[in-house]
Design a protein around this ligand. Sequence first.
Ligand code: P1T
Length: 381
Amino acid sequence: MKFNTKTIHGGQHHEEHTGAVMPPVFQTSTYAQKTPGVPLNGYEYSRAANPTRTALEDALASIENGARGLAFSSGLAATDCVMKLLKPNDEVIAMDDLYGGTYRMFTRIYQELGIKFHFVDMNDLDKFKSLINENTKLVWVETPTNPLMKVVDIEAIAKITNEKKILFAVDNTFATPYLQRPLDMGADIVMHSATKYLGGHSDVIAGALIIKDAELGEKMHFLQFATGATLGPQDAYLVLRGIKTLHLRVQRHSENGQKVADYLVAHPKVAKVYYPGLKDHPNHEIAKKQMSGSFGGMVSFTFKSGAKADSIKFLEDLKVFTLAESLGGVESLANHPALMTHASIPEPKRKEIGITDDLVRLSVGIEDAEDLIKDIEQALG
Ligand code: P1T
């Protein structure tokens, strides 16, 4: 099955009793048993499994080409489940640019529990390799990264992690499986904030893991079941519904993202534009190799003035874009990483990796590109 068919049919079947084309929202916590400990139909308690969530999890496994999909109550809950594979003294090598909440979890929760983190730009493969030792158990990347849109060569990293038997997890939130399928390139685990493009309509908080190996998938299901951060059936239904139009939406997000990036590059007030679809993006060639022909809807930029006040004024003056955290919904959103999504990263660290106080991040939606560009034009004016 090709990808655009999988988004609609992957892992899906009609509901057994009525033939319903979409799975019902099985709003139930528990399931009847005929004799103690023997469930009627495999389901015994909704923390362990729920048919609506199963339908979503099977769709997730299908679109990312994994053995197992798991749906969580948020993206961070999904990340947390991966971290529960680790124990004190284990080491993690993570990309230096990450969603602020992921960085906060790594440094303020798991570092405190005795896990050691190295944050490095993995485009420097020698530096990356030099950090590997016998305690290295996990490599964690976002690509493209939030908010600086760095691109990591998944195949190159996977070659190293597979050889050294280190788990390799990719947060595929920004790219989505429409543009990039990390498991096919050698990664072990894909993570999503399904709140974003998978859900696609800014109406649900959800997370996902897709695991390449069935045995590891089973272990992660145990961790999820035993600790409890599962997705409710109503929210599972919404994400499943979102996935059915993922290919159409991301195609338009990418077209609009490229147009907005091209417009910003030519604007006299704009200093730097971060978008992997630009020819002068430092990782453009890698992006071309591993993303399927387009580059998504996330664009960041800075001001020639370098002034925080200019970025704030711009954000206040937008009319079609909404100033809000989050991304990946049909509507365009704008965000100030230093003050909003990445405020939990200490200022010196933000400065070190390039999240400046005049950096603006746009989640370019699927409205008419002309209206979006006009809005940016008036706000920059
Ligand atoms: O918000 P939640 O569903 O828990 O997902 C966390 C998360 C994980 N990974 C990436 C790449 C993300 O962007 C996020 C959430 N990000 C935002 C809310 C944001 O505006 O960047």
